[in-house]
Unconditional design. Structure first.
Length: 165
């Protein structure tokens, strides 16, 4: 499934939840489905911002990925484990958006992904921006990271849905 189709599927799934289900937190430390969507959208825009930063660079970067970054791209995705960020980077996502707001935000993300998909191939692959965990990524890799991140959260989405009543 292409990354755009994956995002469209995630957006379509929003129609299956009530507002109460979107905001339901089953236990302390577990996100709601709405928080997961907020996280995915915010991080995707951060990745796309980095992609656009690569496109605007005029200087090539000789550095490469970290070992984890190399493995991530070799495997085409994150390992099937929960990844917890350090506490200073791990504040809870927004849990106040309505279904309509999340759908609108997904529409905006899909539009941006589609638009940038046509531009990514023209960016010099040696123009890179550093990711804190994966090392130096080029525009194409930042773009691919959006889909990888969404696929990584499919298991979490299934688990959160299993908590709904």
């Amino acid at each position: 499934m292409s990354d755009i189709k994956l995002l469209i599927t995630f957006k379509g799934d929003l129609n299956h939840y009530s507002l109460e289900q979107l905001r339901y937190i089953s236990q302390e430390g577990v996100w709601s489905i709405g928080q997961m969507y907020d996280h995915l959208i915010v991080v995707a825009h951060e990745y796309l911002d980095s992609m656009e930063e690569c496109a605007a660079l005029h200087e090539e970067q000789p550095f490469g990925k970290t070992q984890f970054g190399e493995q991530l791209f070799e495997n085409g995705g994150f390992p099937p484990i929960k990844i917890r960020l350090p506490d200073e980077l791990n504040s809870p996502p927004n849990n106040s958006d309505s279904k309509e707001e999340l759908i609108s935000r997904m529409d905006q993300l899909i539009e941006r992904m589609s638009h940038l998909e046509t531009e990514v191939e023209g960016v010099n692959p040696n123009n890179k921006v550093e990711h804190g965990g994966f090392g130096w990524l080029n525009a194409k890799e930042w773009h691919e990271l959006v889909g990888m991140h969404f696929r990584h959260h499919v298991r979490q989405k299934d688990q959160l849905e299993s908590y709904l009543v």
